[in-house]
Design a protein around this ligand. Sequence first.
Ligand code: SF4
Length: 240
Amino acid sequence: MEDKINQALALLKQALAEHGDGLVYPCSMGIESSVMVDLICRNGLNIPIMTLDTGRLPQSTYDVLAAFETRYGIRIEVVFPDCHEVEAMVREHGVNLFRQSVELRKKCCEIRKVHPMMRALKGKSAWLTGRRREQSKGRAELQTVETDPVYDLKKYNPLLNWSMNEVLEYIKTYDVPYNILHDAHYHSIGCECCTRAITVGEDERAGRWWWENDDEAAECGLHVMSIKQVSGKIEDGEGI
Ligand code: SF4
């Protein structure tokens, strides 16, 4: 455990040394976020933390956001989607468009997540994620440091080799605030309407857009948009 903490911390310090003000942590408020926020704040790393408010988040996500701010004496920047884009989308397709088709689900993610994330990353040179390899088959091949070919952004994944048990052990050891939905078997937490608890044997990401029943589709696009854009097809919204 100590080794994993030291390795994660070393990567955070490396990212900060290489990018300074150009580095940001877009926080998902899921269980891994608790480790990331604590590592950053406990060690006095000057890395800004931001999050996306899609307008469809569960109350527990706002609660953990507020708990982080109180615990560490910080203010987390909350980025919202463009209200005109959301209004036009809902006017055309309805409030629950994400249930109608994969295409419309991705459109919703694009407007509520990808576009605000692109705005938040403007002027930045690197970002941090709390992604772990064991979360899904789609994340098994991730690298500790990746390069986004479109935005020329570096992406650092300090928790890539952590297991869920190690995440939980860290949170318990340091008494870190966490999203209480995790206690109800929500291992990957996004918008309230697109997240469910998982059962024994399922991928941790299986609770996201479960009705699509497609591992590749179980990303909101935040972490795949550059590949799609390189190929000229903006299909996804990148998601936290
Ligand atoms: S997770 Fe669901 S509600 Fe949230 S942006 Fe994506 S499709 Fe829309």
